[in-house]
Ligand binder design. Structure first.
Ligand code: SF4
Length: 329
């Protein structure tokens, strides 16, 4: 499997430091707060008012006091922010920044599958990973992030079956840690799917004493050989808890190394499988092409022109109920 390349050739070069200054002053002028996911380029994280995983950012967004939020991330994240803060103007630097995982579970397909299960007399609740469209969320009972999944699954009554969408790898991992059987939707993330066990084991051998940190969106074969598994915030907390300098092989989106480095600079972080390219050079195959659509120029432009904006949709009302119950209560 290969990922689409990240092409910014249509952008005219502008000095990143000038762009960062411009963004800082536009934030004040437009009464805006900048939120950036951990998978976004480090230079955007550097000037963001809040950085974090989906759960932390969803919670941070609710407490923002400015009239505008610029969400540097992907579409479903900006949608969730709008749903939880309807009175705010929510901007996404590139409206086409989607998510392969969210795309793997479409509204019509899920609706049909749920109807089929009900017709068979199955008594279930649908638990969705936050990486789903708002339309899909409107069909679900619970929303989880990798940070709160365990706690939410414990809230599903024991006599109910669980339909988990859309990430089969996260679902399988949650089955193991919670002991609950689940009906798994066959979706996956294109970035986490691409790691190779052989390359990872080779990297471990080449870096004696290194530890593998993996996101639960990785396939089972990668999780099996990992030393620590967690969502992005959990990975950050983990490296901070280790004082002695160590070497960590990071099996998640490569930009995650930026917050790790910032929070625990005593360690060395190596992207997986970046160091395994036959030439010995770092490769960019573990970059999310959707997250990479967020550039400093696009952040500046959306602040400057007040668009693209996430507009309220009729199905947001239903999605709001489930998001609030799952993330804020
Ligand atoms: S890293 Fe994967 S799950 Fe995250 S936004 Fe990109 S495609 Fe979606």
């Amino acid at each position: 499997m290969s990922l689409p390349t990240i092409d910014h050739s249509d952008e005219i070069y502008e000095d990143p430091l000038d762009l960062m200054d411009e963004i800082e002053s536009l934030k004040k002028e437009k009464d805006a707060t900048l939120l950036a996911h951990f998978y976004i380029d480090g230079e955007i994280q550097e000037i963001a008012d809040f950085t974090g995983d989906s759960l932390k950012l969803a919670r941070d967004a609710v407490n923002v006091t400015t009239s505008t939020i610029v969400f540097s991330g992907v579409h479903f994240m900006a949608e969730s922010t709008k749903i939880l803060s309807p009175e705010k103007k929510v901007l996404l630097p590139d409206l086409t920044a989607g998510c392969s995982l969210a795309d793997s579970c479409q509204f019509g397909d899920l609706d049909q599958f749920q109807q089929k299960l009900r017709a068979e007399g199955r008594d279930f609740e649908t638990v969705a990973y936050i990486n789903t469209s708002a339309k899909v969320k409107s069909l679900c009972d619970w929303i989880v992030t990798s940070g709160n999944a365990r706690e939410i699954i414990d809230r599903v009554p024991a006599d109910k079956e669980i339909l988990f969408v859309p990430d089969q790898h996260l679902g399988r991992y949650l089955q193991e840690v919670t002991g609950r059987e689940m009906i798994l939707w066959p979706g996956s993330c294109m970035v986490h799917e691409i790691f190779s066990v052989q390359d990872l084991l080779r990297a471990k051998k080449n870096n004696p004493g290194s530890l593998v940190l993996a996101h639960p969106e990785c396939p089972h074969s990668i999780l099996e050989v990992s030393d620590f598994i967690g969502g992005t915030e959990k990975l950050r907390q983990y490296v901070m808890s280790i004082k002695e300098p160590g070497i960590f092989l990071i099996a998640t989106e490569a930009n995650m190394i930026y917050p790790l480095q910032k929070s625990a600079p005593q360690h060395t972080y190596l992207p997986v499988p970046g160091i395994m390219a036959s030439s010995g050079e770092t490769c960019a195959c573990n970059r999310c092409p959707h997250m990479a659509k967020n550039t400093l120029q696009k952040v500046r432009d959306c602040l400057k022109y007040g668009k693209p904006e996430i507009e309220w949709q009729p199905y947001f009302d239903q999605a709001k109920e489930v998001l609030q119950r799952s993330l804020l209560q």
